[in-house]
Design a protein around this ligand. Structure first.
Ligand code: HPA
Length: 261
């Protein structure tokens, strides 16, 4: 299965990954965030996309999520792994922790959230928003490479670009949220609508608002992301082959079945 990775800029500089060519893709939804970077890791091909553009210039609420996901499909990608920075809502998580997400709460607004705007209508099942087969493989790679990660976590997606208030974080904690970020939706549901498997790994870059003294700064977020880069590379490269070579027996590939009137 062909793998796509969407993440922050810099990720395609992972050790062991040779970036071959850049692919510009045009879509009916406008341009994706950047050219896709088609890379080779050992004997498998991986396609990267920096979500915020190159240089980092597209804020979370302006990312063209439809174009990004559609573009992956145009390149033949059948599974996407999304990497994102998050704040810890669960106080047991600390900066540097990696969380393999299994649930999401969508609090975004004003984003294009579907490929089915009519006349074709689909209501895709989203009970389990992430592909559990991808999660199994990444969890296993964590064990094999000795990179600690938490399997399972609920992500609250805010609209941004502002950070949250302390009261909002208390509310999300009441929902059972583990982490908060701004980019997880609608990426996940758009992949489901195109029957692409979707997995998400979140990097905790800071304690969320009110769980720390003082202001949250982007320097802290960027610094933690940089610190996590090495173990993230080890984990990802440890997962790539198994992800690409896996037989697909999940339900993601038939997400549209029984979803229209
Ligand atoms: N809140 C929202 N998004 C984020 C955060 C946060 O604390 N950290 C990194 N992305």
């Amino acid at each position: 299965m062909k793998l796509g990775v969407v993440g922050g800029s810099g990720l395609y500089e992972m050790e062991g990954l040779e970036v071959g060519k850049l692919e510009r893709v045009s879509t009916p939804y406008g341009p994706p965030s950047a050219d896709y970077r088609v890379g080779r890791y050992q004997d498998v091909e991986v396609v990267f996309l920096p979500r915020h553009g190159v240089p980092h210039s597209i804020p979370p609420h302006r990312v063209n999520y439809r174009a990004n996901i559609f573009g992956f499909r145009e390149l033949g990608v059948t599974q996407i792994l999304s990497i994102s920075a998050t704040g810890a809502v669960n106080p047991d998580l600390k900066p540097g922790a990696l969380v393999l997400l299994d649930q999401i709460v969508d609090l975004t607004s004003g984003r294009e959230t579907t490929f089915f705007d009519g006349p074709r209508i689909h209501h895709v099942d989203f009970t389990v928003p992430y592909c559990s087969e991808m999660q199994d493989i990444i969890e296993m790679a964590g064990k094999e490479t000795g990179v600690p990660l938490q399997r399972g976590g609920t992500y609250v997606c805010t609209n941004g670009p502002r950070l949250e208030t302390a009261a909002e974080i208390r509310l999300y904690s009441g929902f059972g949220a583990d982490v908060v970020g701004m980019t997880g939706m609608p990426e996940a549901v758009l992949a489901r609508e195109l029957e692409i498997c979707f997995g998400a790994l979140s990097v905790v870059t800071n304690m969320a608002a009110g769980l720390t003294v003082g202001r949250l700064t982007t320097r802290e977020v960027v610094g933690s992301m940089r610190d996590a880069h090495k173990k993230l590379s080890v984990l990802l490269t440890g997962s790539f082959r198994s992800l690409c070579l896996r037989p697909r027996s999940c339900d993601c590939g038939s997400a549209l079945r029984d979803s229209s009137l």
